[in-house]
Write a protein that binds this ligand. Structure first.
Ligand code: GUN
Length: 334
């Protein structure tokens, strides 16, 4: 949606006055609504599999105590239960070793009723995370982090795709935002989000540019984007000057704001945020400054944008892993 001006013409002098109206709001892309739709579809799939005597199962390994990870895992397990899937939660202590985690993963790999294995990151610092992720069977790798699945994605073979990037594509697709032939700019190059989201956009025929912390003139590059994905982990990094008017802006960041002046920068004049900040002493902001909504055509909010899709896509991946490995179609073929 374009920043608009009000043109007032006076008949006598033919004077044109432009009054800026920079409060025009972008369409808000409601991640909760889309996630609810996807979960309903997954629940239907689970029912069909149950009718064939198969119950998809997800095992989550949560090592040590990380408050944010504990919340994420609780929500993942709760979603599994809501959709009728089996869920198992393993909680080794902070002191867990790489060898112990490898043993746990290997045991889960060998259990037929477990379709998905998710090792919650970050792992404690003494653990060799790459080694542990490599041990997860690619067939059960519902995070899509295993090099086999990374290769499947980049060569457009069937496989398991990382949840948050898959969620970004679902938001665009279900909001009828075209990808093919569009310029997409991804800010961030992590293995979990930036790289796979860039690959998915490319596979959907966008022209993709990836920017990162060492990129020069990020704002100028971002201005070319019809679709801008922000996944750099810096509160409010993407400001209005980054945005091509009317662009779709997908905000993957989740950052906690506790500082009053930072809060003012993003949310001054927003009574709902003001109230919750006063009550909790903090609020969440994405990697996109909320003022971007005045220039963008569509934008995901934080919270309630990409976040809910991550869990919905994890549920979808678990059912997909189940179908690929032991679904009725698979059994009929063997
Ligand atoms: N930690 C933060 N995001 C993720 C994710 O998508 N998967 C896993 N396994 N850990 C995470």
């Amino acid at each position: 949606m374009q920043r608009q001006a009000c043109r007032c013409t006076f008949a006598f002098f033919v004077v044109k006055i432009f009054i800026p109206m920079n409060t025009i709001a972008a369409t808000i892309l409601d991640g909760n609504k889309i996630a609810t739709q996807i979960k309903a579809e997954v629940a239907e799939e689970v029912q069909k599999l149950s009718a064939a005597g198969i119950r998809p199962g997800l095992a989550v390994i949560l090592a040590g105590h990380n408050p944010a990870s504990e919340i994420y895992v609780r929500n993942k397990v709760k979603s599994c239960q809501q959709l009728g899937m089996l869920s198992e939660n393993l909680t080794p202590p902070d002191s867990v070793t790489t060898a112990e985690l490898l043993q746990m993963v290997n045991e889960l790999n060998s259990r037929d009723e477990i379709d998905g294995i998710l090792v919650q990151l970050p792992l404690p610092p003494q653990v060799d995370s790459k080694k542990v992720l490599l041990a997860v069977s690619p067939e059960k790798d519902v995070d899509g982090f295993h090099p086999v699945n990374v290769g499947n994605l980049s060569t457009q073979r069937p496989g398991l795709v990382p949840c948050t990037p898959a969620g970004v594509i679902e938001i665009l697709r279900r909001s009828n935002i075209p990808i093919e032939g569009r310029n997409a700019v991804v800010i961030g190059r992590s293995d979990i989000v930036g790289k796979p989201v860039a690959m998915l956009l490319l596979n959907n025929n966008a022209t993709v540019t990836v920017c990162h912390s060492k990129t020069k003139n990020i704002a100028q590059i971002a201005q070319q984007a019809d679709i801008l994905v922000a996944a750099i982990g810096k509160a409010g990094f993407v400001t209005e000057d980054f945005i091509k008017p009317g662009a779709a802006v997908i905000d993957v960041g989740i950052n906690k704001v506790t500082d009053r002046s930072e809060f003012e920068r993003f949310f001054s004049g927003d009574p709902a945020r003001e109230k919750s900040f006063a009550e909790k002493g903090s609020t969440l902001v994405g990697d996109v400054d909320p003022h971007v909504a005045a220039v963008a055509g569509a934008i995901t909010p934080v919270p309630g944008g990409v976040g809910p899709l991550t869990i919905a896509m994890l549920m979808a991946n678990t059912v997909k892993a189940c179908r690929m490995r032991r679904g009725p179609e698979r059994q009929a073929r063997s």
